[in-house]
Design a protein around this ligand. Structure first.
Ligand code: MN
Length: 227
């Protein structure tokens, strides 16, 4: 097939221990999924989690240099477990939800916090605070058949070797089964979708020169340098 402008590249992510890659369709993110993060952000503790999206081409791989983005003076890290969907569906039950997951990775939901908060206060969409270029660093995907699932486990983030976030996946308000069940009522999930499952407390700024190391016990570390 021929196209009238140059064809955008397919975004994909490396998979551990094999040559084949994971193709990215959509990047869905869960907002306010850890109580301690809701408290530090001043949110309503009774509100359920919710969703926002990033463009697929905001993904950057492990080892990337993240160019400090324009139009912000408060770029924040958010360390998160990323679930990669392998089998799609609508109205997926909680019991079946984990069967739809191909694998897991460590991700960073980079956020222009100043823009996000200004947009939130005006009741406007968050997109320009969340979905900017290079805003979704994602480590290599580990297949479920090799690492299992992650109902709990330590998640932590270091900046220049100093621990900034340190929590446990079991503290999610909605676990992954509940998120997949709920999200698949709203949209049809398909192979290639990524779900960033939310961040715990301890979010904060980075500046050019900072080295971020995002960790989840049992997954490869995601290393990103801000430049
Ligand atoms: Mn987040």
């Amino acid at each position: 097939m021929e196209f009238v402008v140059s064809k955008p590249p397919l975004v994909s992510i490396a998979v551990t221990n094999q040559n084949k890659r994971f193709p990215v369709r959509r990047v869905m993110c869960v907002g306010r999924n850890y109580m301690a993060h809701i408290r530090e952000m001043g949110g309503d503790e009774r509100d359920p989690p919710f969703y926002f999206a990033k463009p697929a081409d905001s993904i950057i791989p492990n080892g990337s240099q993240l160019k400090y983005p324009p139009c912000t003076s408060n770029l924040h890290y958010e360390c998160e477990l990323v679930a990669a969907i392998g089998v799609g569906g609508c109205n997926i039950s909680e019991d079946m939800a984990l069967d739809h997951v191909y694998g897991y990775a460590v991700g960073l939901d980079m956020t222009r916090r100043d823009l996000q908060i200004a947009l939130r206060e005006k009741g406007r969409p968050w997109d320009m605070g969340k979905g900017f270029d290079q805003s979704a660093p994602c480590g290599d995907i580990h297949p479920v058949e090799q690492v299992g699932h992650f109902p709990k486990g330590r998640l932590w983030l270091e900046v220049n070797g100093e621990i900034k976030q340190d929590s446990d996946l079991e503290l999610m308000i909605w676990n992954l089964q509940e998120t997949i069940a709920n999200l698949s009522e709203l949209i049809e999930l398909s192979p290639g979708d990524l779900i960033y499952t939310g961040t715990p407390d301890g979010v904060g700024p980075v500046v050019p020169g900072d080295k971020m190391s995002a960790h989840i016990e049992g997954l490869d570390t995601l290393n990103i340098t801000v430049c």
